[in-house]
Design a protein around this ligand. Sequence first.
Ligand SMILES: Cc1cc2nc3c(=O)[nH]c(=O)nc-3n(C[C@H](O)[C@H](O)[C@H](O)COP(=O)(O)OP(=O)(O)OC[C@H]3O[C@@H](n4cnc5c(N)ncnc54)[C@H](O)[C@@H]3O)c2cc1C
Ligand code: HEM
Length: 370
Amino acid sequence: MSDLQRLLKESWTLVEEQQDKLAGYFYARIFLNHPSVREMFPVTMDVQRARLLGAIVSAVQTVDDPDRFDEYLRSLGRDHRKFQVQPEQYEVVGAALLEALRAFARDEWTFEYEQAWRDAYDVIARKMLAGAAADSNPAWWHAEVVAHERRSRDIAVFTVRPLQQLEYRAGQYLSVECPQHHPRVWRTYSVANAPRTDGTMDFHVRALGAGWVSGALVRRTKVGDMLRLASPMGTMVLDRRSTRDIVFVAGGTGLSPIKALLEELTTFNRTRWVHIFFGARDRDDLYDLASLQQLASAYPWLSIVPVCSDDPGWGGEEGSISDALSRFGPWLEHDFFVCGSPNMVRGTLRTLTQLQVPQTRVRYDAFSDV
Ligand SMILES: Cc1cc2nc3c(=O)[nH]c(=O)nc-3n(C[C@H](O)[C@H](O)[C@H](O)COP(=O)(O)OP(=O)(O)OC[C@H]3O[C@@H](n4cnc5c(N)ncnc54)[C@H](O)[C@@H]3O)c2cc1C
Ligand code: HEM
């Protein structure tokens, strides 16, 4: 751990238990001094759901090597154009962050801590600003919902057509807003198809508990509704130069980017064997199995292993997706793509380490909240 990293972590422990109050103070500093910034944020804002502070704290703490995160931060900056963030507002947010930390750490706050947070925030902000400045694409795209299908109680598969061309790569994700239902609330969703000539894009979404955007996309969105989409992000894309066979590991709607990667493979692959482990709690949640099986009958290089973790009487593979992977190995010569809930992704990565799969062969996206 670098010195910077140590200082950031150490100082965060001073305020960690007062996170909610600190967040309240942080937003109040911004909104009182700069009331126009309030209009960028969701109409209803409670501190637990507010995402900016948490996002900055985790970015600052995990970015020990800003060069490694260069592309992520640049694309985050491009994406932030959807909020119409002005460059000088980065200073406003940075100053509020430092004021909040200082106020809650009180006497324990030191000059060194102050400098560490200031430096880390500045590096991140500079990269985000550079990403935003270098992008000549629209800050967002309006897109019409052209098909919408409920596949299970909680899952919908729907298609949108952006009104202007939106370039992305199979495997990427982007922020989506349902302006009719939750204006200014954006959440990321993976595109579930490889780019098409008509520009349409599929999404697979699971409604989570009382989740705002996922609930609206699954239960309230209809054909003809307009959504907004922001800049594509993410690096879980195919390396076309690799000749290794591929294992896709998808938990629930984590299938979405994997379906896009698979579609891209159907356009050129002849030589690489491809296995998909598609895991869900029960049969009902294997919401796209029929379409995967159709692809498997058209492409001899493709095989599908559906896995249910909690479905007595289901005749197929049972248990966690990690157990199934271990049963089918060894996988020493494969490229891996993993996508699903944070728990599922963590479990799979642990299993792959145990199975001695080199980390450099594994790409993943976790559906965390932020
Ligand atoms: C890179 C990336 C790609 C993503 N792609 C997809 C995708 O293709 N498809 C998809 O469906 N999702 C995807 N997600 C997840 C998505 O971005 C949202 O986090 C999710 O839809 C919840 O947003 P929301 O506004 O509905 O919920 P919010 O309003 O943000 O609230 C979520 C609330 O639900 C609660 N909650 C969290 N998890 C659960 C749970 N498992 N059960 C019940 N309650 C819970 C929490 O308490 C939280 O308060 C992706 C996430 C990331 C980071
Ligand atoms: C280092 C600087 C910053 C980082 C790392 C950062 C990161 C993030 C991330 C990861 C999210 C959640 C994903 C999303 O909703 O798109 C987010 C949300 C947001 N950010 Fe930033 N951001 C930064 C600076 C700013 C600035 C300067 C503004 C403008 C005032 C801003 C405005 C917002 C808004 C309005 C949201 C949505 C908040 C919500 O939904 O509760 N961000 N930020």
